[in-house]
Every structure is written in C-alpha cells, then in structure tokens.
Design a protein around this ligand. Structure first.
Ligand SMILES: O=P(O)(O)OC[C@H]1O[C@H](OP(=O)(O)OP(=O)(O)O)[C@H](O)[C@@H]1O
Ligand SMILES: Nc1ncnc2[nH]cnc12
Length: 173
C-alpha cells in the first residue's frame, strides 16, 4: 500500500504558499491507518520504552494507538492553556504562525525512555519545542517519529542531537 496516495494535499491552506498535507484522509482509510500505526509499533516493540509523547493534535491519534499496542503510557503535549495541572512551557514558530506548547511537569520522570510522535514534521519548530520540554524533565529521548516528513523545510536541523524517523516524505512536489 502506498501511504502517500492516502494523504490529501491542499494548496494555499491555511495561508497562501503552503501546501497542506492533510492526514485525515489517511486516518479514515482503515488499511492506511493501521499500516502507519503498525510500522511505528514494529519499530519500537523491542525498545523497552516507558512512554509515548504525542504532540497536539494529530500526534495524539498515532501516539495513543502505538502506546496502547506497546502497553505503555501516553503523554500529551498540548497547546497553551489546555492542561490543568502545573506545566512547563516552550514557544515556537512553524510554517504558518507561532504558538506555545505545554507539558505537565510530572508527565515524565527523569530517566524514563520515551519517543515523541507527531503526524508531520515541516520546519521542525513544533517538535523542537517538544524536545526541549521532554529534555527539561530529564527523560531519555530515543527518537522522534513522524508519518510524514517535508525534507525541503529542513525540520531535522531543529533537533540535531535527536534521531528522526519518518514513514513517508513529500520532497519537491
Ligand atoms: O514542523 P512544524 O513546522 O513545526 O509543523 C508541524 C506541525 O504542524 C501541524 O500541526 P498544527 O500546528 O497545524 O496544529 P494542529 O495539529 O493542532 O492542527 C502538524 O501536525 C505538526 O504538529
Ligand atoms: N505543509 C503542512 N502540512 C501539514 N501540516 C503542516 N504543519 C506545518 N506545515 C504543514
């Protein structure tokens, strides 16, 4: 199955010049959704992870499924103002704006082995902020995983010390 064929591309959304890669079409196809989650599960099943850290909002979809299959905890990193307990925060910029991410300060303990998951890496601003949060809490970060990478935007450069795994990519298209 070609996962890319299940991703819808929308030109000039949410702002002119951005081609938005819409994974809702992949998620609503049961085979494509299952395959995406299974690839991540297979990659981490023997890694003795403690937690999956998912990024608001579509990282929750993939991260929660993989955490469930691995039998480990899931930690949501949320946009500002959504988490009720004490948080740590990090601001960032992305292809079409800026925002702040938060994580509960007790969501991950020092030394816990984690992977960060999101649907997509573009400029790397979002995952860059998440890596800072996870490291601030002292976690042992194995790598960051994405269903889609946009290599032209050089997102990996934002997290030079952290391995990046992506299932598919859109390059020069
Ligand atoms: O690599 P970057 O340039 O930082 O962009 C990647 C982020 O952008 C999208 O989320 P978005 O901010 O649109 O939020 P949403 O998931 O809440 O819609 C995507 O799901 C990633 O989280
Ligand atoms: N081009 C894009 N498509 C989907 N999500 C994104 N987040 C940042 N850039 C994006």
């Amino acid at each position: 199955m070609d996962l890319k064929q299940n991703i819808r591309s929308i030109p000039d959304w949410p702002i002119k010049g951005v081609v938005f890669r819409d994974l809702t079409t992949l998620m609503q196809n049961p085979e494509a959704f299952r395959l995406s989650c299974d690839i991540l599960y297979d990659r981490y099943k023997d890694k003795n992870l403690d937690k999956m850290v998912g990024i608001d909002a579509r990282g929750f979809v993939f991260g929660a499924v993989v955490a469930y299959r691995l039998g480990i905890g899931f930690v949501p990193v949320r946009k500002k103002g959504k988490l009720p307990h004490k948080t740590i925060q990090q601001s960032y910029t992305l292809e079409y704006g800026e925002d702040t991410l938060e994580m509960h300060e007790d969501a991950v303990s020092p030394g816990e082995k984690v992977v960060i998951v999101d649907d997509l890496i573009a400029t790397g601003g979002t995952v860059g902020a998440t890596v800072k949060l996870v490291k601030q809490l002292g976690a042992d970060l194995l790598e960051c995983a994405f269903v889609v990478e946009l290599p032209d935007l050089k997102g990996r450069d934002q997290i030079p010390d952290c391995p990046v795994f992506s299932i598919t990519e859109f390059q020069g298209e």
